[in-house]
Design a protein. Sequence first.
Length: 480
Amino acid sequence: MADSAARTGKVPFSIKAAYGTGAVADGVKTAVFNSFLLFYYTGVLGLPGSLAGAALFVAMCFDAVSDPLVGYLSDHTRSRWGRRHPYMYAAALPMGVSIYLLLAPPAGLGHAALFAWMTSLSICVRVALTLHMIPRSALVPELTYNYDERTSIVAAGFLMGWVGGLGLSQIAWIAIIPSVPEGRMSPEAYRQIGLVASIACTTAILVSAAGLHRVIPTLRQPDKVPMGLQPFLAEVKNAFSNRSFQMLLIGGIIISVATNFQEVFGLYMSTYFWELKDGDIARLALLLGLAVLVATLGARPLSQRSDKRKTAIGLAMFLFLWAPLTIVGRFAGLMPENGSPLLLPVIVAHLAIAIVPAIALGILFSSMFKDIIDEIELDSGMRQEGLIGAAIAFMLKAVAGVGNLMGGIAIEVIDFPVKAAPGTVDPDKVFWLGVVAGPGLMFVYVLGFVFLTRYDITRERYAEIRAKLDARATTAEPQP
């Protein structure tokens, strides 16, 4: 009971900051994959969209094995640095090297070689990120048992992740792309972006791991249990037998894929549908940073007013209705024309209002997964922070993999031209860009919403779970 009471108060700001810093690496990787990679390989290097999408989807499928495996290993590792830190430190250099090489393929590669390069380096980036993100995520349920404080810790990670992603975007659009001949159509621009991304990822991982190093003595040591394929599969089965886990994982993947598909398509939409200039895109990203700050600061108050489940359902419904409005407005003739000084403010306002609930929803998803860990422990006696952390990481990375696959296929189906200048593309092809990125995604939101409503852990249910676990711990304590 003493341990439980100690973990229900406020988590020190320094620990939240160290935890959040680690998310910079994920934010930078997300910016590379969602904002630049598909456009670079298809629109600049000429790789067919289906091959580019397939490369990223194959890498995502690789996570289906690597994520739970790393989660399982980190749950059961015994070392002087605890269960999590050996993997976190080991991720730093491979992450930096692989993300640079991904954006710096050798010149003159044919389609097959370019596909192989993109696939193999995408796998390397994802595995390195897995080694860092899953053990780091697994620390949260041990840092606090407080229902709302967990949301605050997760929010710190989301905020710093967006700082990393937006920071890279600002450097790219303000400093790198305008300084390179041919701008966004030049491979040199992406090599320089890769170098910045490499330094940022390696530094963030090392700083985060070092900042969290002092909590190692306070963390649990794993039980001595047999390890191997059969115990691993048994633990995976145990996690997936939880209904709330099933519903949240499926619903979260579906909703997040729909949200992030729009990011994957974003550079195509900004370049050809809205015809924004480099400076407009940079200002757009910077202004949206304010919306991210609002979302991260507001996530905990939102969950405190009701509970995470009800709030998440409401946010998902709002996104379904709001997200496609500007594109529908363009089709209806209600949006300012391209080049109008009113266009950028309208787009900024729309995206800012969309990003606030989208980020808050992502924060709540991650916090809800942490609560599932306690329910699984109550039902089975197993603490599976690593495996559940693997599910969260896989959900986030599946978003990018499936989103990129869908984006690549859509670009090829539309038969969008390579290296086309804005304003020169067949209007029918630009029209179909909008159809896919707007109304076409609405049914996906509906499907994810259906699964989300079947998540069972309310605030009252969590309080009941925690009380039973505390009573069990008290009974298990040796009597004097």
